[in-house]
Ligand binder design. Structure first.
Ligand code: FVH
Length: 289
């Protein structure tokens, strides 16, 4: 087992509890604090130390992991305790925007703390198990010093010094997920409209989504090269024509088109702009740099 370190976890919702659990399982000395104190009970039973106040939790460890609902709650919890931050590393795994992360990093620096922002690419039951990964950005020295501890949560990926990079990539990946979920939910609604079973359809949906997911790398190469016209097998004009059938099918089935309409608009605009011979990746040009 690695060296035991003192680590504090502020926030014991579903995710904070999983993080604290993983630190305990890795053998660290874990201090926990939560606004609703009773949520610490199961962790205390496993060996964590309960802090009565957020300030006590911060003082207890050089590494302070924060996982709260949003940045407002982080400011509310940490804001009154600027006098105890100096010399510590704050790792904020709360979901937020790149701008919020940069602002929080500047605030932490003013008070003498290192600040790493993080994006957890896993749900709570995955923490500490294969498949979980966590994105980090902020000072490389702080990341390198604490990576052996942070690895308890899942594979650690360091993205660079700009604290906004982890939330930017976190939100980009979450957008990919919600796009995929949106398509799958629409598909379930279509199948259900014909009396079909979601459970019977799911393996087919999974197979198709897994296979087509590999196309992300082909699109990435086209986007980085800015070349959307070479070796095209599924051109946009063809897709725009087929996509009209997707909307008609939904309407015939009495299924809402709200999850699928935006792609149709993008296809039509790109074709109208003279790019009908290009590949799907070219739609990125309509979304901004
Ligand atoms: N759970 C998930 O699937 C995702 C996976 C990816 C990362 N997210 C982000 O993690 C943050 C925490 O999420 P969570 O799942 O732990 O959320 P909850 O179970 O709802 O717990 C929320 C905790 O925040 C505390 N809290 C809320 N407001 C305040 C406040 N004003 N002052 C102090 N604490 C506050 C709350 O305390 P309590 O209600 O138990 O007293 C919980 O500890 C989040 O950013 C996700 O986007 C999770």
């Amino acid at each position: 087992m690695m060296n035991r370190k003192a680590v504090s976890v502020l926030g014991l919702g579903d995710m904070g509890t999983a993080l604290a659990d993983a630190l305990l399982a890795a053998g660290h000395r874990v201090t926990v604090w939560n606004r609703t104190a009773a949520k610490a009970d199961p962790l205390v039973a496993k060996g964590a130390t309960r802090a009565d106040t957020a300030a006590d939790a911060i003082v207890a460890s050089p590494l302070v992991v924060v996982c709260l609902l949003g940045y407002d709650s982080v400011s509310e919890v940490l804001g009154p305790h600027t006098d105890v931050l100096a010399g510590r590393t704050l790792v904020n795994l709360t979901n937020g925007t790149p701008g919020q992360a940069r602002e929080m990093a500047a605030w932490a620096a003013e008070h003498g703390a290192d600040y790493l922002d993080g994006g957890i690419m896993a749900v709570p039951p995955m923490i500490g198990k294969p498949g979980a990964f966590v994105l980090y950005s902020g000072p490389s020295g702080a990341f390198e010093a604490w990576q052996p501890v942070l690895d308890a949560f899942g594979e650690s990926h360091y993205l660079g010094e700009d604290p906004g990079l982890a939330p930017l990539h976190d939100i980009a990946l979450l957008n990919s997920m919600y796009g995929m979920f949106g398509g799958v939910l629409h598909a379930f609604a279509l199948v259900r409209s014909a009396g079909g079973s979601a459970a019977e359809f799911a393996p087919m949906a999974r197979r198709y989504v897994d296979t087509m997911g590999a196309y992300a790398e082909v699109m990435a190469a086209r986007i980085d090269a800015g070349d959307y016209a070479d070796d095209v097998t599924s051109n946009l004009a063809m897709q725009a024509a087929a996509y009209a059938n997707f909307l008609d099918t939904a309407e015939e089935a009495g299924v809402s088109t709200e999850l699928i309409t935006p792609i149709h608009s993008l296809l039509q605009r790109r074709v109208a702009d003279g790019h009908g011979h290009e590949d799907t990746a070219s739609l990125v040009e309509l979304l901004g740099k």
